[in-house]
Design a protein around this ligand. Sequence first.
Ligand SMILES: [Mg+2]
Length: 256
Amino acid sequence: MQHLFHHDGEAALAAALRQRPLLAFDFDGTLAPIVARPEDARISQAVSTRLKALAAQLPLAIVTGRTVDDVRGRLGFEPRYIVGSHGAEDPLVPAAAAALAAALEPVRERLRARQAQLADAGVVIEDKGASLALHYRLARQRAQALALIEEVLAPPDAAWHLFGGKMVVNVVPRDAPDKASAVHGLVAHCGAGCAVFAGDDVNDEPVFESAPPHWLTIRIGRDERHSAARFFLDSPSETAMLLERMLVLLCAPERP
Ligand SMILES: [Mg+2]
């Protein structure tokens, strides 16, 4: 992976913008810095203003593990698309979310049965309908909290898919769409020539892995050396610089 702000990355960004891309961004760790309490996550005014300006020129999507309603209130503008719950809450398939939420009922029962123990260990359960998130960032003993989560969810059920994230274990129905199916669906829906996608976590890798070569994929952070993204940026503050760079390139006159 190369840094996006080197020569090859600059050329790839300019090439992607010439194809009238879908611009798609994860939220936490990509647009907004990771914070101890997920409810405190915010994007800066500069990021909000730049996203709004980009959304006036190109189709723009926020593709997040949060619920659609949760992230909508954190943006300061209305993007054309918001996909929530890691792809499971998709505006193009609105009926799917309710069925996916019902499929997680057995997981909720298991969590309810061990609720007090999980709370004592510092595990915060977030029910997002079509997905569940078990956060252990605030646990005093994170390794023990993670072991307890794994024990409560064992044995694994074929009907669910578990995947880790940054101090979180996510549970989604096995057949739920992921971020990759969501982004490919949006590209087709809006007739975009390609996608520019940035994300920072495990659930963003399916997008990187499934991207055709003319898409531009960017991993935020260097914590995953084996990421399938083509380029990386170091932090959400560099994402803010990327947004500004896109606006400059979109305003620049076409070279002969
Ligand atoms: Mg993220």
